[in-house]
Design a protein around this ligand. Structure first.
Ligand SMILES: Cc1ncc(C[n+]2csc(CCOP(=O)(O)OP(=O)(O)O)c2C)c(N)n1
Length: 294
């Protein structure tokens, strides 16, 4: 792991582990964009903590050379939030799939947005539970036949970006794994936002999702930057433009609120503190205290 923050190179994040993702999996492009953004922002691996949920995307935990943790399914957000609060000198990322984040751990997503923890959160939306071989998730299109729904999914899918925008977030973006350049720009902005940066990445799952494959997205994604009058500080505009997931799917940084304090900054007990919580950890003698409860 390199110790030099001034001159960060793409290969500093290189891991010599073998990739086990399927050919054409969107995770390859996502990792490439992420590394490009980190290099552009001159953030060295030693200053980076990446927390991964369980899933195909989670198997990326040893495919990138930073401080990484591979957690438990659906619980990536509280782990990452705790780590970030303990040491704000680290740039903290959390990665989760649509399965883990929008079902098992959806409560954590809601409260992370409400609290506005200072994290970059990346939702790998391949619209199915990939690692367990193609069960329907909350984002699988209605009517589509999956391993867990052989007669077709009977529920309407959640639109993750629309859901997040309903929770008064401070940063919301949507990218597509087929556009690495745009995804890199999105990650750069997410990194620079102080607060919870939600980035949904629409990505191909060539093995289990034939409902919305790579070409399907290629024909539909549009970049909000083509609209001269698109105002990123207007949440109403973001809510409107993110709705369409069928014909013109908006990508880019959709909403940003720079006037709000993140969770740590709002804590009265941390006001004017110069140290990080991790530096304040000390051993306490609690034998006497325990005596009181004997
Ligand atoms: C609490 C818990 N529930 C279920 C599982 C089994 N499990 C492991 S990976 C996985 C699917 C992950 O899907 P998703 O979160 O969408 O990520 P992807 O594999 O698509 O990247 C499941 C259900 C588990 N490991 N832990």
């Amino acid at each position: 792991m390199t110790n030099n923050s001034k001159c960060v190179k793409y290969n500093d994040y290189f891991s010599d582990q073998l990739y086990t993702w399927c050919t054409n999996c969107g995770n390859y492009a996502l990792h490439s964009a992420l590394k490009r953004a980190l290099v552009a922002e001159k953030i060295a691996p030693k200053d980076t903590l990446m927390v991964f949920d369980i899933g195909c995307h989670g198997n990326g935990a040893d495919k990138i050379d930073a401080y990484t943790v591979h957690g438990i399914h659906g619980r990536v957000i509280p782990f990452a939030a705790g780590a970030q609060l303990a040491n704000r000198n680290m740039k903290v990322f959390a990665f989760g799939g649509d399965g883990g984040i929008l079902s098992e751990g959806i409560n954590h997503l809601v409260h992370a947005i409400r609290c506005d923890f200072d994290l970059v959160f990346v939702l790998h939306n391949n619209r199915n539970y990939g690692l367990t071989t193609g069960q329907a998730s909350a984002t699988t299109p209605k009517g589509f036949e999956m391993n867990s729904a052989p007669n077709g999914v009977t529920e309407e899918p959640i639109n993750p970006t629309e859901f997040v925008l309903s929770l008064d977030p401070t940063f919301v973006a949507r990218g597509f794994s087929g556009n690495i350049k745009k995804l890199t720009q999105i990650f750069k902005q997410a990194i620079n936002h102080q607060g919870f940066s939600f980035v949904e990445v629409l990505q191909d799952c060539p093995t289990y999702n034939s409902a919305t494959p790579h070409n399907w997205y290629l024909e539909r994604v549009i970049d909000v930057d083509i609209f001269d009058n698109y105002d990123r500080s207007d949440i109403k505009q973001a809510k409107k433009i993110c709705k369409d997931m069928a014909e013109k799917i908006a990508t880019g940084v959709l909403y940003k609120n720079e006037d709000s304090d993140d969770y740590y900054t709002r804590q009265p007990s941390r006001k004017d503190m110069k140290s990080e919580l991790v530096e304040e950890v000390q051993q306490e003698q609690i034998t006497e205290l325990l005596e009181e409860f004997r």
